[in-house]
Design a binder for this molecule. Structure first.
Ligand code: GLC
Length: 532
C-alpha cells in the first residue's frame, strides 16, 4: 500500500482520557476540560497522536457520564463548549487530534426526549423513540439481564416497562424508530463541525434489538450474537455514518475523520461483518486483554484478528476504563512473586506498540498504575457495584485520579494555586501514589513512564513500525516460551513468556528492553526490541 493510501489512524497511538480522573483545574476534586488542556504539553512530550475523551456531556453521573442528558454540550462540572473548542485548538497546536465518545445505545432518564416519553404516555410518538412494552402479570416483558446486574426492565407508574441494557437510569433508544438515527446524525455533525478527528462509538454491538424481544435461552448468552448483540441492521447504519465521516472536509488536520466501535465479542470472527468495506473505519480488538500470558495462546489470539483485518482497522489495546489495569491483571494467580504483574505489563506494552496497526493506551498505564482494590465501599460510584449488591467490585479501581506530583494534596491532581481550598479527589488515591507520579518517574530512566516514552519515540522513527510487514519467527530459542516476530525492515520483537531464561535469535543491537538482560538471553517476563 502506498503512503498516500494510508490513513492517519492506520498506525496512530491514541491515549484514552477519562476526564473526571485526569487533571482538575479548579480544585473541586473532579477532573475537567481545562485540566486536560493544562496537560497537553505532557501528552505531546509522551508522544501520542490523538486523545480519546470519554463522556464529558451533561449527565447525572449514574454511570460515569455514559448516561447523557444532553449530547451537544459540556457538563458544567467539566467546563463549557468554549473550553472544549479551546482544547481542540490547543491540541492541534501540539499535533494531537481529539476523538470523542458517542453514546448511541442509551440516554439518561434526564434526557428531555425520555422525559417527554414518560409524560406523553403509552402508545405515543414520544414513547416510540425508546423501548416501552406492556407486560401482563407484573413481570418484566422478557428475561434479559442488565449488564450491571438485575433485570433490564424498569416499570413506570402507568404500568409500562422500559428497556435498559445497563443501569435503570440509562433507557435504550429504539433504533428502529426513524427519529433516532435522524437525531444522532445531527449529534455527529455537531461534533464534526467542531473539528473532532473521530468518534468512539459506545456499545457499538448493541444498538438494534430483535423487535419481538424474545426471551434469552436458558444458558445465559455470552458476548456473541443474540437478540440484542451484533444484529445485522447495525451495518447499514454504520455505512451511513461512514458516508457522513467521509463527506467532511479535512478540518484542522489533513485526512479524513474516523470512528472506532466498541464491539465486545466471544469469538473474533464476530467482528467480521463490522470490518466489511464501507462500515466503521475501525473497531477495537480486545485480544490482548482477553489472552492469557502464554506464548501459544497469545500468538493464536493475535493471529485471530490479524486474519480478519490488520491492527489498523482493529486497534490493539491492553486496558481501558472498564477493565482491571494490566499490572494487576498480569499478577493474578502469581502470589509467589508480586512484581511479576509489573514486569509483564512492561513487556506487554512493547508487544502492543510493536504489532502492526493502531494502539490505544489508557491514562495511567504509562505510570504502571495498579488497580486500586481497597476503595471504601462508600466511595465506589460504579453502578455495577451497586446493582450487584457489592458482589461485583466494579470498575472504580481503574478510574482513580492520576498522580502528577510526588507529594502534596492529591499528588497534583487538583492544580489550583497554593493556598486555595481544595476538595479531595472524587475517588481516594492510595497513600503511596507519589512514587508512581509523573514527577517521580519522569527523571527515572528505568521507570514505566520512561519505557513508554522511549517506545513511542522509537515507534515514530522506525521505518518497520509503520507499515512494515510482520512475520512470526519460528524455531528461535527452541523449546522456550519465546514470542518472536520480525517487522520489515530490520526489526525483531521478542518476549519471554516462560519461567526460564530464553536464548534470543541473532541480532545486531538492542533498541529497547522492558528489563535488564545480557548475553543474548532474555529473562522471564521480559521483552526486547531488536535491530535484526
Ligand atoms: C461502555 C463504556 C462503559 C459504560 C457502558 C454503558 O461499555 O465503556 O464504561 O458503562 O458502555 O454505557
Amino acid at each position: 500500500m502506498s503512503a498516500d493510501e494510508r490513513a492517519w489512524w492506520d498506525d496512530a497511538v491514541v491515549y484514552e482520557v477519562y476526564p473526571r480522573s485526569f487533571a482538575d483545574s479548579n480544585g473541586d476534586g473532579v477532573g475537567d476540560i481545562a485540566g486536560v488542556r493544562s496537560r497537553l504539553p505532557y501528552l505531546s512530550w509522551l508522544g501520542v497522536d490523538a486523545i480519546w475523551l470519554t463522556p464529558f456531556y451533561p449527565s447525572p453521573l449514574a454511570d460515569g457520564g455514559y448516561d447523557v442528558s444532553d449530547y451537544c454540550d459540556v457538563d458544567p462540572l467539566l467546563g463549557t463548549l468554549a473550553d472544549f473548542d479551546a482544547l481542540v485548538a490547543e491540541a492541534r497546536a501540539h499535533g494531537i487530534r481529539v476523538i470523542i465518545d458517542l453514546v448511541p445505545n442509551h440516554s439518561s432518564v434526564n434526557h428531555p426526549l425520555f422525559r417527554a416519553a414518560l409524560a406523553a404516555g403509552p402508545g405515543s410518538r414520544e414513547r416510540a423513540r425508546f423501548i416501552f412494552r406492556d407486560a401482563p402479570g407484573g413481570e418484566p416483558p422478557n428475561n434479559w439481564p442488565s449488564q450491571f446486574g438485575g433485570p433490564a426492565w424498569t416499570r413506570v407508574p402507568d404500568g409500562q416497562w422500559y428497556l435498559h441494557l445497563y443501569d435503570s437510569s440509562q433507557p435504550d433508544w429504539n433504533w428502529l424508530d426513524p427519529d433516532v438515527p435522524a437525531f444522532f446524525e445531527k449529534v455527529i455533525r455537531f461534533w464534526l463541525d467542531r473539528d473532532v478527528a473521530g468518534l468512539r462509538v459506545d456499545v457499538a454491538h448493541g444498538l438494534f434489538k430483535d423487535p419481538d424481544l424474545p426471551d434469552n435461552p436458558p444458558a445465559v448468552p455470552g458476548l456473541g450474537p443474540s437478540a440484542y448483540r451484533h444484529r445485522p441492521e447495525l451495518h447499514a447504519l454504520y455505512r451511513s455514518w461512514r458516508s457522513i465521516l467521509d463527506s467532511y472536509p479535512p478540518g484542522v488536520f489533513p485526512g479524513r475523520r474516523t470512528a472506532i466501535g466498541e464491539v465486545w465479542y466471544d469469538e473474533p470472527d464476530t467482528l467480521r461483518p463490522y470490518l466489511e468495506p464501507g462500515g466503521l473505519p475501525q473497531v477495537f480488538n480486545f485480544q490482548l486483554i482477553s489472552a492469557p500470558w502464554d506464548t501459544a495462546a497469545l500468538r493464536a489470539a493475535i493471529d485471530a484478528t490479524r486474519s480478519l483485518a490488520g491492527g489498523s482497522r482493529a486497534p490493539w489495546v491492553l486496558g481501558n476504563h472498564d477493565v482491571t489495569r494490566p499490572v494487576t491483571r498480569y499478577a493474578r494467580g502469581e502470589a509467589d512473586d508480586p512484581e511479576r504483574g509489573e514486569r509483564r505489563a512492561r513487556a506487554a506494552v512493547l508487544l502492543l506498540l510493536a504489532l502492526p496497526g493502531s494502539a490505544y493506551i489508557y491514562q495511567g498505564e504509562e505510570l504502571g498504575l495498579p488497580e486500586v482494590l481497597a476503595l471504601p465501599p462508600g466511595a465506589r460510584a460504579d453502578p455495577r457495584f451497586r446493582r450487584s449488591g457489592g458482589e461485583r467490585i466494579g470498575r472504580d479501581g481503574c478510574r482513580v485520579p492520576l498522580p502528577w506530583s510526588a507529594g502534596g494534596a492529591s499528588f497534583g491532581f487538583s492544580g489550583t494555586s497554593a493556598g486555595d481550598p481544595q476538595a479531595s479527589p472524587w475517588l481516594p488515591q492510595p497513600g503511596d501514589w507519589g512514587r508512581r507520579s509523573v514527577e517521580a518517574q519522569r527523571a527515572e530512566p528505568g521507570s514505566f513512564l520512561s519505557l513508554y516514552r522511549a517506545a513511542l519515540r522509537l515507534r515514530r522513527g522506525h521505518p518497520a513500525l509503520g507499515a512494515g510487514a510482520m512475520r512470526w519467527l519460528d524455531g528461535v530459542g527452541s523449546g522456550s516460551e519465546l514470542l518472536c516476530f520480525a517487522r520489515e525492515p530490520g526489526f525483531i520483537f521478542a518476549a519471554n513468556l516462560g519461567r526460564a531464561p530464553a536464548a534470543l535469535p541473532p541480532y545486531r543491537e538492542v533498541l529497547l528492553a522492558s528489563g535488564e538482560f545480557g548475553g543474548g538471553v532474555l529473562p522471564p517476563d521480559t521483552a526486547a526490541w531488536l535491530a535484526g
